[in-house]
Ligand binder design. Structure first.
Ligand code: SAM
Length: 275
């Protein structure tokens, strides 16, 4: 049974006696072309170990398995986690965990391969915490290929000076090279979500070794905390006025510089001159 075909997906859900649950962001892909494009964007090969978050009925899982890659699937919904056993042919290619991906300890999995990729049609309501967990996993994890809400994809990949540029853009750029691969219409899902979607691909790398990433991220969030305010004003909760003025001057930034105009490198320089 190909659960990406609408009629077969409905039949499959009926056979399990379940409906898509909104509380778990269950919007299932019903477009084979999009599924193929996700696997291709992820560049999955038989040498890879793929971590899939939220496999649901398993349409993407099937496409991933067809590449010959090993797949570790983490699904919170017991019914789907159990039903996924049908794709396990006992050859060790598929491991299924019924678990909440947010709490799941990935460290034992990270030791299983030198080529790990995360591929997922994410539960949208958990996008931020899951990004917070997955993005810093490089280089143990090579890349993340994720379906997210289109607005989030635009924020993830935004460049300085654009409207979508935010603390999320900088957080991601610190750990990855991000690309918006393609957009996906609501008609490609069952049930249809109210929002448009997009697939992003993130090649992960380490942040600069001498940077205290946790403090830097707090600094960035504070800088963007008061959007449309100047850095001079938003950073006042962290540093004395004179120190901020001196650091802005040292970076040749005006007193009225706003966070949305600074590149990652400029933020790193500013941070270093303040701490
Ligand atoms: N991969 C399937 C597809 O593309 O058709 C389903 C994607 S659906 C958008 C999100 C999936 O994530 C659902 O199967 C849902 O049950 C699962 N999910 C939701 N919250 C989760 C969590 N905290 N941990 C693991 N899986 C979760």
């Amino acid at each position: 049974m190909s659960v990406f075909r609408p009629s077969e997906l409905r039949q499959f859900l009926d056979s399990l006696g379940v409906r898509a649950r909104k509380s778990l962001s269950q919007n299932f892909l019903i477009d084979g072309n999009i599924l193929r494009k996700i696997v291709s964007a992820a560049g999955v090969t038989s040498d890879d170990l793929v971590i899939e978050i939220g496999p649901g009925p398993g349409a993407l899982t099937e496409f991933l398995l067809q590449t010959g890659a090993r797949v570790v699937a983490i699904e919170k919904d017991r019914v789907f986690a159990n039903a996924l056993q049908r794709l396990d042919h006992g050859n060790g290619q598929l491991r299924i965990f019924e678990a909440d991906a947010l709490d799941f300890d990935l460290s034992p999995i990270l030791g299983l391969s030198s080529s790990i990729k995360v591929v997922a049609n994410l539960p949208y309501q958990l996008t931020s915490p899951l990004l917070g967990k997955l993005v810093p996993l490089g280089p143990s994890v090579k890349s993340l290929t994720l379906m997210v809400q289109k607005e989030v994809a635009e924020r993830i990949t935004a460049r300085a000076g654009t409207e979508d540029y935010s603390s999320l853009s900088i957080f991601v750029e610190l750990y990855a090279e991000a690309q918006l691969m393609f957009t996906v219409e609501p008609t490609c899902f069952y049930p249809r979500p109210k929002v448009r979607s997009a697939v992003v691909h993130l090649d992960l790398h380490r942040p600069p070794a001498d940077l205290d990433a946790a403090s830097f991220i707090r600094f960035i969030r504070t800088a963007f905390g008061k959007r449309r305010k100047t850095l001079r004003s938003s950073l006042r909760s962290l540093f004395p006025r004179e120190a901020i003025s001196a650091a802005l001057q040292a970076q040749r930034l005006g007193e009225d510089a706003r966070p949305e105009t600074l590149s990652l490198d400029q933020f790193i320089h500013l941070f270093r001159s303040l701490i």
